[in-house]
Design a protein around this ligand. Structure first.
Ligand code: ARG
Length: 275
């Protein structure tokens, strides 16, 4: 029988998609000038916020800046661990002003923000799992940033190489199921997104991982958020949803399909503030 899983209440930061748009193309999901239905994006985002709150989580919002259409992807702004904030440095010049916009929020909320020197796209590529931070590279975050993460947090930081441009951020190919520091942690991931060596690392660290199919990954099923019990996940990731339920997790489907036009999903829209 699958174990019963315990939820831990979380604090999430999100950004209302009032200015969400596709004005440039910096990943294979984006096509410049794709019409975006802002009302639909707003409705989907509100559904996500309501789902978090209904499951006992705190949701805060950062004020969106006009002209920064990707600012809705709050995950990219920082990594927050133990109440300490490592900010971001974006690869694409068009996204670079987002770092300062989020820094204003963090400072007002009482956090100091440490600025990374190398390209570092926050939780897009940095995923705390058990005693580690898993750190993606290949398309965005630079390997030098992984070193900065380890130095700043003092947490073993494990580099993983992404090789499929459709899965350009680590959080499109993997999510954390258990991020508590006790125990080794666990993940769900799509092996096809990683280099052979990185796949071997994942197999070694997480022999019990939930393996997703290419279809699950293409449905953005790995861009999910887990609170230890519930998994907020795209309803299109059918096979992954079944596997998670089989392992005792409770899938909570939330459709963020409008954000797919920018290559984003549930986790992209969610920054976790870890105390
Ligand atoms: N259009 C954005 C970009 O390409 C999407 C970012 C999605 N965020 C994420 N955490 N994967 O940068």
């Amino acid at each position: 029988m699958a174990p019963s899983r315990a939820r831990r209440p979380r604090r999430y930061l999100t950004c209302e998609p009032r200015h969400f748009d596709v004005l440039y193309a910096i990943n294979p999901w984006m096509r410049e000038g794709t019409p975006v239905d802002t009302e639909r994006a707003l409705t989907q985002w509100r559904t996500l916020v309501a789902a978090y709150r209904d499951h006992g989580h705190t949701v805060e919002t950062v004020e969106p800046t006009p002209g920064l259409p990707d600012m809705v992807f709050a995950a990219n702004a920082a990594l927050v661990l133990g109440g300490r904030v490592l900010g971001s440095r974006f690869h694409a010049p068009r996204r670079q002003p987002e770092s300062a916009a989020y820094e204003i929020w963090f400072k007002a909320a009482g956090f100091d923000v440490h600025e990374p020197q190398a390209v570092c796209e926050g939780e897009g590529d940095l995923v705390p799992v058990g005693p580690y931070v898993l750190a993606g590279t290949g398309f965005r975050t630079a390997p030098a940033a992984h070193q900065e993460v380890q130095e700043f947090f003092g947490v073993p930081t494990i580099g993983l190489r992404l090789t499929d441009p459709r899965f350009y951020h680590l959080d499109t190919a993997l999510f954390s199921l258990e991020d508590g520091e006790r125990g080794g942690g666990n993940v769900a991931y799509y092996p096809g997104a990683f280099s052979p060596g990185s796949r071997a690392v994942l197999e070694r660290l997480f022999p019990d991982a939930v393996i997703a199919t290419e279809d699950d990954a293409l449905a953005f099923g790995l861009n999910a958020v887990c609170d230890g019990r519930h998994v907020f996940i795209d309803p299109g990731a059918r096979s992954l949803i079944g596997r998670l339920a089989h392992r005792g997790y409770v899938p909570v489907p939330v459709d963020l399909s409008e954000f797919r036009k920018a290559g984003g999903g549930i986790k992209c829209c969610t920054q976790e503030i870890r105390p």
